[in-house]
Design a protein around this ligand. Sequence first.
Ligand SMILES: [Zn+2]
Length: 113
Amino acid sequence: MSDLPECPQCGLSNVYDDRDQRVCPDCGHEWPAGAASEDAGGAVVRDSNGNPLAAGDTVVVVKDLKVKGSSIPLKQGTVIRNIRLVEDDPEHIEGHSDKIKGLVLKTQFLRKA
Ligand SMILES: [Zn+2]
């Protein structure tokens, strides 16, 4: 159980956990545990290749998809511009194609453009 990071302030590795704090005994620096390894916003949204997606990104649909409430399928290769992330749901994004507005898409069927 010694996967603790080095102290970001002095670089020494005598760091220990004190409840949810990391403490460096050498320089006295304290910081919240996990801050370096996880984004504060929770889970990272990733495309089918594992690349992180952010709001405003452009993505491409990697396979033909049925769209709920629409008779028009979403074709492979469709470009979705200016995506929005879904809060607390890293498996979906929202966006518009040229033909269909208000899409909610599974990130596993998308690839960052
Ligand atoms: Zn230190």
